[in-house]
Design a protein around this ligand. Structure first.
Ligand SMILES: [Zn+2]
Length: 468
């Protein structure tokens, strides 16, 4: 993307005012999206965005400038601006000799999405549409979306780091509306992978069957046509594998980000080594999982992503770090420095946040629950990331009576506190599964994240239902 000698000279310019640290993050991103609404192609868009962000740190001051001009002149202008912003004095010349890191491929991409024609992408959505409609005559509305991107990234800094990556991402989603006695009911499913178009090839190891996805969204909507309003009260809640880990991302994970810790905006501050969860729980942030939505070879500060154990057997072991905070603490980075684009500064972010398997059979978890709620899919919610207090909707839920899943429920909320939920997990399944792809929106910057968890039981949670 940029010649090494140009990068070295640009870093030299960035360091001219005597900075402690300078960094170039450059990217070249192409993306396509297609929407299908009630069988009509609503929009096809594609774009290309390229540019570089230059960060200069002196003492406690950070200067940042970005440019869409990747020529040496453009980079030099941004470097000077960032250096100027970081410092008013200093001086002297520092040169940087870069050591290119070998590219680490966590996902071997076979078919980059930009090599696939628009027609194939529309056809994919038409298959989704047809599969959802075939699920029943009550299906009255289907909308499907597809998006892909390819991003080439280069990161270099004054420590001599030079790393590159080449990332392909594919996302598909389907919304279904069914109409019946209980009015209109909705279903939703989505898939997202950090991999190429081969994800739709049944022979591929990471194959996703989009028609199955569509049928599942339709099934959700149809089930709710016969659902009764959820009860209210405090009761055991069983969360199906892969369907509720967004709760742990939002209501626990953010509290384990080192920037929140340092600001004192987390219940987990100062608690390393303490029991903060049920001893059944091991919580991991893993950026290396093959093909997953939150997976990256390197983070947006150029450091290899890792499998970071945050909570081990209930004990808080570590936080997530970006480079600058890790450096200040005299420790290695954890590969969690991420940014939305070259126009943004990096900060501490999650990748794939997962609760590891326990030993219980999922069927036994339900069989051991006399009365409670079975959440088959969490919906959207709102979360206070500092306290971990949350309210999540339940997209698909059932009553558990005498150890069996019985009637479907609708219009219920799950109300609780993330750290408390971690302590109250009293059964943990052995059926780990990843959930739907997500976009984490910390401080207005969106980045792709994944989550996953086995079937688990929380001994007590508040259900906010509408049943009288
Ligand atoms: Zn988030």
């Amino acid at each position: 993307m940029i010649d090494q000698d140009v990068i070295e000279r640009t870093l030299g310019t960035a360091l001219r005012t005597g900075a402690d640290f300078a960094e170039i993050y450059a990217e070249d991103k192409r993306n396509t999206s297609v929407g299908l609404d009630d069988g009509r192609v609503e929009q096809v868009t594609s774009g290309r965005d390229r540019g570089a962000g230059i960060r200069v740190i002196k003492g406690e001051t950070t200067g940042f400038a970005h440019t869409s001009d990747l020529s040496e002149t453009g980079l030099a202008a941004a470097a000077s601006a960032a250096a100027e912003a970081a410092s008013r004095g200093g001086g002297g010349v520092r040169t940087v000799a870069l050591t290119p890191a070998e590219r680490r491929a966590v996902n071997e991409v076979q078919q980059y999405p930009e090599t696939i024609g628009k027609t194939a992408k529309v056809e994919l959505l038409q298959r989704i549409d047809a599969a959802a409609r075939a699920a029943g005559t009550e299906i009255v509305q289907v909308s499907a979306g597809y998006a892909d991107s390819r991003k080439r990234v280069l990161v270099a800094n004054s420590d001599g780091l030079l790393a590159v990556d080449d990332i392909a991402r594919i996302l598909a989603r389907v919304n279904v509306v069914a109409s019946g006695d209980t009015g209109m009911q909705t279903g939703y499913q989505s898939m997202g992978r950090t991999i190429g178009w081969e994800v739709f090839d049944p022979a591929s190891e990471l194959f996703v069957d989009v028609e199955e996805l569509a049928r599942d969204a339709a099934r959700q909507a149809l089930v709710k046509l016969t659902a009764r309003p959820a009860p209210s009260g405090s009761m055991p809640v069983v969360i199906k594998n892969g369907s509720g880990a967004v709760l742990f991302h939002e209501a626990c994970g953010h509290g384990l980000e080192a920037d929140h810790i340092q600001k004192g905006a987390s219940v987990y501050a100062g608690k390393v080594g303490e029991l903060v969860a049920s001893p059944l729980v091991t919580l991991v942030d893993d950026g290396t999982m093959a093909g997953e939505w939150g997976t990256l070879a390197i983070d947006d500060e150029g450091h290899p992503t890792q499998r970071n154990v945050l909570i081990q057997d209930g004990v808080l072991t570590d936080y997530m770090w970006d480079h600058i905070r890790a450096r200040k603490e005299g420790r290695g980075p954890s590969g969690n420095g991420r940014r939305q684009s070259y126009m943004h500064l990096p900060m501490v972010r999650m990748t794939n946040t997962i609760v590891l398997d326990g030993h219980d059979e999922p069927d036994d978890i339900v069989a051991n629950t006399e009365r409670g709620v079975y959440v088959a899919e969490l919906g959207g919610g709102s979360v206070n990331t500092a306290s971990g207090d949350f309210v999540f909707g339940m997209r698909e839920a059932y009553l558990i009576e005498d150890g069996r899943i019985t009637e479907p429920l609708r219009e219920g909320n799950l109300i609780g506190n993330g750290p408390q939920v971690l302590r109250d997990i009293d059964m943990l399944g052995n059926d780990f599964m990843m959930g739907n792809p997500g976009t984490c929106g910390k401080d207005g910057q969106g980045v792709p994240v994944g989550d996953g968890q086995p079937t688990l039981r929380v001994k007590q949670m508040t259900i906010g239902g509408t049943a009288s």
